[in-house]
Ligand binder design. Structure first.
Ligand SMILES: [Zn+2]
Length: 272
């Protein structure tokens, strides 16, 4: 799969390909913009630290294949760094503080609002960003009046049967799913002789889990390899299927978000 600067996402619907005056006109037509946010952080001994960026690009390349210029949905350049302090002890991680990332997102959103845009999607592919992006989304809504939406790439696909139950529950980082996607995107960026198989010391019977009754963790609390999941199960085919499915679902959500208003009933969008 070729991703960077190819396909509908980058050849036709990449906002910075346009001139300033073109963007000025476009903003007044109800255009929606999609801001991808990722991270540069360690992904075990086998994956590049650019993994979350590559996955975001891959999913959005797939998503935009299902869109046309008439949909009026435009892609912005990635914010390549995220809040990754859970990985800060590991080499290769470059993290922004919560305050810095919040400021960056708010500055981008304020600029987009001044340009006249009224709809913004935050498309995130790093779990460590999610809490902060919920805060950012609400603050943008309050300060600019824009419609703001959030999508997380993790779990966006319908290919749940491709992963084991254990992987779905605890394969949160650099495991089967992420390794498969990088194999599909850049086969030779994966170190096949270093694939980890390590799960965190959490079992389904424990009262405290990753969601709801939760604990704060750093990756060193959970893993010695820097990965959580079984990367040895990864395949390129699985990665292609996950990316294609996530892309289809993202495109469908984008179209709904482009039309969404608060007076609509029964729209399939939940609370942040
Ligand atoms: Zn990742």
């Amino acid at each position: 799969m070729t991703t960077r600067y190819t396909g509908m996402a980058y050849e036709q619907l990449f906002l910075p390909r346009l001139t300033g005056p073109e963007i000025g006109k476009l903003a007044g037509t109800g255009a929606m913009v999609v801001l991808p946010i990722a991270a540069m952080e360690q992904h075990g001994p086998h994956l590049p630290v650019f993994t979350d960026n590559l996955i975001g690009e891959g999913m959005l390349t797939e998503a935009f294949r299902h869109l046309t210029p008439e949909d009026n949905i435009w892609l912005l350049p990635h914010v390549p760094y995220g809040k990754s302090n859970e990985h800060a002890d590991w080499s290769g991680t470059v993290t922004l503080s919560a305050q810095t990332l919040l400021s960056v997102i708010m500055d981008i959103a304020n600029s987009l609002a001044r340009n006249g845009f009224k709809r913004l999607v935050l498309f995130n592919t790093h779990g460590g960003n999610t809490d902060l992006l919920n805060i950012a989304a609400r603050d943008i809504r309050e300060k600019t009046g824009m419609y703001v939406f959030r999508i997380d790439g993790g779990g966006l696909d319908d290919e749940k049967d491709l992963l084991t139950q254990e992987e779905r529950m605890y394969g949160i980082h650099a495991g089967d799913s992420e390794t498969s996607m990088i194999m599909a995107l850049h086969r030779d960026w994966v170190h096949d002789n270093k694939l980890p198989n390590e799960f965190p010391p959490i079992t389904p019977d424990m009262k405290i889990q990753f969601s709801n009754k939760r604990f704060a963790w750093l990756m060193k609390d959970l893993s010695s390899s820097g990965a959580c999941g079984n990367a040895q199960l990864a395949t390129e085919e699985k990665g292609k299927a996950i990316l294609a499915s996530a892309g289809r679902n993202a495109a469908e959500l984008f179209k709904i978000m482009a039309e969404f208003t608060f007076d609509q009933k029964n729209v399939p969008i939940g609370f942040l």
